[in-house]
Design a protein around this ligand. Structure first.
Ligand code: C2E
Ligand code: MG
Ligand code: MG
Length: 584
């Protein structure tokens, strides 16, 4: 009998002579005979023994007797169905025999044992066990086969990635999810450049390995809800779901191109490949899976025409935007090192005294090829590539150095309240770099904490993560004040602000621009000021462009204003002149 069909029998008796006697009687049976000298040991062994087909259980044992042991065995899921035969020399009366059956035994043998009867009963039970075990195995094999067949129907044999059929199902699901959630998804049709020559030069086996490696690399780039499929020789498709901004896709497309371009080392051979990608973003006028995939392929064809290692969006408009973005992304990497960044200053004026009380620092980027690019365009790109950390640090360092210069100006009175307001991106609160830069500058005596204000976005306040809260609190604990920028455009409420260490709200300029014509804006501005004051916040109004706006804000009790009416953001040298004119 093959080893995996050989059953075992557990002989439980506290007297070893009895166990030996039973073993001798059963020695010719095709089984493994395992001993246990107590109820406890029997329970332990029954739980771990494989193919346990029968338990011969002594009734009279110290501590845990046979009845109790049997009850435990019946309660446990793993041992519930193992047949038990009680073996006893003393409890032969009807009541004990009944007790044996109720506690889970299927038979009751009394001593002295008739060897033929024992062997006959055990043989019968073993035969039953074998039939059941064989049946179970057959069912298991069939189930496995079915699972495997189902897998093969939906997966590529070589890479085990989803195949075309599976992909269609995923695209259809993505369409309905995107419709329901009102978001986007992207299909990337990827075709490797020069794959044919890999097969020709190194042989098909090597080609297969390349495809497996590429598939694995792509799989590492996706989230759980995304899909990587192989739908043809060297054709892969990636479905990126849950996209909110198609502009942010270039970053992920880049990762796919890089993954394809990374060299593949195989024994003595080095394979260098690249890929062309065609992209379609849903919603699109093509709204079924087949058309979407077809047009992604069409875009891939155009990408091939443009050369190796390129991508093309199906929509021309998106394609232009994505390529511009990709260029900006590339050039932004060198902006600091090439001295292309600078900071401008926009004065903050106290409405009561009409004197400057500080300035907001606004980042500028001028590139020889691209010209001047708005921070509204390049900051989100810096965020998506992670470059914002380096840029943010640069802005802090520059701002503080410039502030030190201001302090040295002859007309600048050190005792006045003067602050620099620095914008920080939400990502800068995910680690403590920002906090540490501020702390160092303060510890080195370069600036006092009350001379720095960090402007944060409303969205950050809605971020409830522990790290963000901790960073906000640590920065506030330094004595640096925090203000909420563009207030009124996000979703935060004043009551929500109360939970954060905020000192100032900056009313967004979209509300100010409606003054005095738009009644609603006037009411909104009045309400924001009144509520902010009720909660003891200072109020800054940004985007003040006219005298009427300034007068209205003054009447409503707004403390500080900023805007083109006072000054546009200006380079540092001009700002020093402006200061000398307004402070003297
Ligand atoms: P923000 O922080 O709300 O900055 C105010 C923006 O309004 C500035 O645009 C400024 O030039 C503009 N502005 C000021 N007064 C007026 C006015 O009277 N009328 C009009 N129409 N506009 C006015 P800018 O410089 O283009 O900056 C845009 C945004 O970029 C900033 O909005 C800020 O969110 C972000 N940003 C700028 N510098 C940095 C920085 O160093 N770090 C980070 N993370 N973001 C920055
Ligand atoms: Mg700001
Ligand atoms: Mg603002």
């Amino acid at each position: 009998m093959s080893d995996n069909l050989r059953p075992s029998i557990l002989i439980v008796d506290d007297i070893s002579a009895n166990r030996i006697a039973l073993k001798r009687l059963l020695k010719n049976m095709d089984t493994d005979l395992i001993e246990a000298d107590s109820g406890q040991e029997a329970l332990c062994k029954a739980l771990v023994l494989k193919r346990l087909s029968l338990i011969l259980l002594d009734v009279q044992m110290p501590e845990m007797d046979g009845y109790e042991t049997a009850e435990f065995l019946r309660e446990e899921k793993l041992t519930r169905h193992i047949p038990i035969i009680f073996v006893t020399a003393v409890h032969r009366d009807k009541s004990h025999i009944l007790k044996g059956y109720t506690s889970g035994a299927i038979d009751y043998i009394t001593k002295p044992i008739e060897p033929e009867i024992l062997v006959a009963k055990v043989s019968l039970l073993l035969e039953l066990w074998r039939l059941r075990f064989g049946l179970e195995q057959e069912i298991r094999v069939r189930n496995e086969l079915e699972v495997r067949n189902r897998f093969l129907a939906e997966h590529d044999v070589l890479t085990s990635l989803p195949n075309r059929r599976h992909l269609f199902r995923k695209i259809e699901t993505a369409i309905s999810v995107a419709n329901r959630k009102n978001n986007l998804f992207a299909l990337l049709f990827i075709d490797l450049d020069g794959f044919k020559s890999v097969n020709d030069t190194f042989g098909q086996k090597c080609g297969d390995k390349v495809l497996i490696t590429i598939g694995e690399r792509f799989s590492k780039l996706i989230r759980k809800s995304d899909t990587v499929a192989r739908i043809g020789g060297d054709e892969f498709v990636i479905l990126f779901t849950d996209i909110f901004d198609a502009g942010l896709l270039t970053n992920r497309i880049d990762q796919v191109l890089i993954a394809a371009k990374k060299k593949i080392v195989m024994q003595q051979n080095i394979v260098n490949l690249s890929a062309c990608i065609g992209i379609i973003v849903y919603p699109d006028k093509n709204d079924d899976a087949e058309k979407l995939l077809y047009f992604a392929e069409v875009a891939m064809g155009k990408s091939k025409e443009a050369g190796k290692n390129t991508f093309k969006f199906f929509s021309e408009e998106m394609d232009a935007a994505a390529h511009k973005r990709a260029k900006v992304e590339r050039l932004l990497n060198y902006a600091i090192i090439n001295n292309e960044l600078s900071i401008h200053f926009q004065p903050l004026i106290d409405l009561k005294t009409s004197l400057p009380v500080g300035a907001e620092v606004l980042l500028r980027w001028t590139n020889p090829e691209l010209g001047s690019i708005s921070p509204e365009y390049f900051i989100p790109i810096a965020e998506s590539t992670g470059l914002i950390y380096e840029i943010g640090e640069w802005v802090i360092e520059q701002s503080i150095s410039r502030f030190e210069e201001i302090c040295k100006l002859s007309f600048f009175d050190q005792s006045i309240n003067f602050r620099i307001a620095i914008n920080a991106s939400a990502m800068q609160f995910r680690n403590n770099d920002l906090y540490r830069s501020l702390q160092c500058a303060i510890d080195d005596g370069r600036i006092k904490p009350q001379q720095i204000e960090i402007e944060i976005t409303e969205g950050l306040l809605l971020d409830d993560t522990d790290e963000v809260r901790k960073q906000l609190q640590s920065i506030s604990d330094l004595g640096v004040s925090l203000s909420v920028d563009d207030f009124g455009t996000g979703y935060s409420s004043l009551s929500y602000l109360k939970r954060c260490p905020i000192g100032t709200v900056k009313i967004d300029r979209s509300f100010i621009s409606g003054i005095p014509e738009t009644k609603e804006d006037k009411i909104l501005v009045r309400t924001i000021i009144a509520m902010a004051h009720g909660l003891e916040y200072e109020v800054i109004a940004e985007g003040v462009e006219t005298k009427q706006q300034l007068d209205y804000l003054k009447t409503e009790g707004c403390e500080i204003v900023q805007g083109f009416y006072i000054s546009k953001p200006i380079p540092f040298d001009q700002f020093k002149i402006w200061l000398s004119e307004h402070l003297s």
